[in-house]
Unconditional design. Structure first.
Length: 347
C-alpha cells in the first residue's frame, strides 16, 4: 500500500505499528499465564487481609442502604427517643481523673484480694511495730552512707536500683520482685525489701523537720495496675472520648500495665497528712518542697519532673518517687535529669 501511494504510506505504517503492539501484548500475556495468576492471587490475599476491603467480600445483607438509614432516622424523630448531642472533647478542658475516682462505685469480684489505695503515716507504722521501724531508721542506712562516701560512684546498667521501666522498656519476663512488708495499724503495705530502711529513714527525717509524709500506692501487681488502667479508660470514654483518645490520655496518668515502676516495688507515691490529693498542687506544699530538696539524700528521685513530659511520656507527678540509690539520686536531682536522660548520659 505504501509503494502504490504516498498518501497511504503513513496510515500503513501506523496500522503496522498498532498491529505489532497488540501482537506483542497478546504474546506476553499468552506466555505469562502463571505470572498473572500469581499476581491476581496475591492481590486477592492483600484485599482480604485489609479491613478497608472487608465490605467487598461481605454479603449485601450486612450493609444498610441510604433509604434504610433515612427511614431509621425518621422513626427515631417520630418517637420519644432523644439522641445525645455530639460533644467535642478537648484535652485542655478535660479534668484529670484521680485513682479514687475510677475505683469508686464498683462492687464486683475484680478487686477481691487487692490492696485498696490507702495512706500510711509514719506514726501508724511506728505504733504498729515501733521496735523494728526504729531499728530500720538507725544504724544501717547511716553506715551505708558512710561507705558510699569512701568510694567513687560507678554506675552499671545491670544494677537493680537503676532498671529503666517505661512504655518503651516494659518489665522483663524474668524480673523477680523481692517484696518486704511494713506493718501498719491499717494493715500491711509492701515494696522492695531493699528500700524499706531508706524509705523509713526519709520519713523519720521529714517528721523531725515538721513534715508528716504519708505513703500511698506502694507495690502494685499486674492485675491491680490493669484494673486501674482499664477503669480509667472506661471513665474517659463515659465522658465522650473514643477508645483511642481515652487510651492516650489514660496512659499519661496511669502507666500501661507491664510498664509500671509500681510493679517493681521501687516506686512510691508520697503525700502528707494535710494534703492527700495526687495532683500538681502537692508540689507547692511543705511536704512536696521537702521531698524535692531531700529525697536524693535517701536514694529517691522525683521520677516524672515538670518539663520532661516529652521524654517520660507521663504528666508531671510531684508525688511519685523512685528509688535509684544515693549516688545516682544525687546526680539526677542536681542535674535536673529524668531517669531516661540519666541512662542516655551515664549508662
Amino acid at each position: 500500500m505504501g509503494r502504490r501511494s504516498r498518501i497511504l504510506r503513513l496510515p500503513a505504517i501506523i496500522g503496522l505499528a498498532v498491529t505489532m503492539l497488540f501482537y506483542q501484548i497478546y504474546d506476553y500475556c499468552r506466555k505469562g499465564t502463571k505470572r498473572f495468576a500469581c499476581t491476581i492471587f496475591i492481590l486477592c490475599c492483600f484485599m482480604v487481609g485489609n479491613s478497608f476491603s472487608f465490605p467487598v467480600f461481605q454479603e449485601e445483607k450486612g450493609f444498610v442502604s441510604d433509604s434504610e438509614k433515612e427511614n431509621a432516622v425518621a422513626a427515631v424523630a417520630a418517637s420519644d427517643i432523644t439522641l445525645a448531642d455530639e460533644q467535642k472533647v478537648t484535652y485542655e478542658e478535660l479534668e484529670m481523673l484521680e485513682d479514687e475516682d475510677v475505683l469508686d462505685g464498683y462492687e464486683d469480684a475484680e478487686l477481691h484480694g487487692m490492696e485498696s489505695v490507702d495512706k500510711y503515716l509514719l506514726d501508724e507504722i511506728l505504733n504498729a511495730e515501733e521496735a523494728e521501724a526504729a531499728e530500720a531508721t538507725q544504724g544501717e542506712p547511716e553506715e551505708a552512707e558512710a561507705k558510699g562516701e569512701e568510694k567513687e560512684a560507678v554506675f552499671d546498667e545491670s544494677d537493680w536500683k537503676l532498671v529503666l521501666i517505661n512504655k518503651q522498656h516494659p518489665i522483663p519476663d524474668d524480673y523477680t520482685v523481692t517484696l518486704g512488708p511494713i506493718k501498719t495499724i491499717k494493715g500491711t503495705m509492701q515494696c522492695d525489701e531493699r528500700i524499706i530502711d531508706e524509705l523509713l529513714s526519709m520519713m523519720q527525717a521529714a517528721s523531725e523537720d515538721g513534715v508528716n509524709l504519708a505513703i500511698c500506692s506502694p507495690y502494685r501487681d499486674f492485675a491491680w495496675q490493669e484494673v486501674l488502667f482499664n477503669r480509667k479508660i472506661k471513665a474517659y470514654m463515659n465522658k465522650g472520648m473514643s477508645y483511642m483518645e481515652a487510651y492516650k490520655i489514660s496512659s499519661q496518668a496511669v502507666t500501661v500495665p507491664g510498664a509500671s515502676e509500681h510493679q517493681l516495688g521501687l516506686a512510691i507515691d508520697i503525700v502528707s497528712d494535710v494534703y492527700i490529693n495526687l495532683d500538681e498542687g502537692f508540689a507547692e506544699t511543705d511536704a512536696g518542697i521537702w521531698l524535692e530538696e531531700h529525697c536524693a539524700e535517701y536514694g529517691f528521685v522525683l521520677r516524672y519532673p515538670k518539663g520532661k513530659e516529652h521524654i517520660t511520656s507521663i504528666e508531671f507527678e510531684p508525688w511519685h518517687f523512685r528509688y535509684v540509690g544515693k549516688e545516682a539520686a544525687q546526680v539526677i536531682m542536681e542535674e535536673n535529669l529524668c531517669l531516661e536522660e540519666f541512662w542516655e548520659k551515664y549508662l
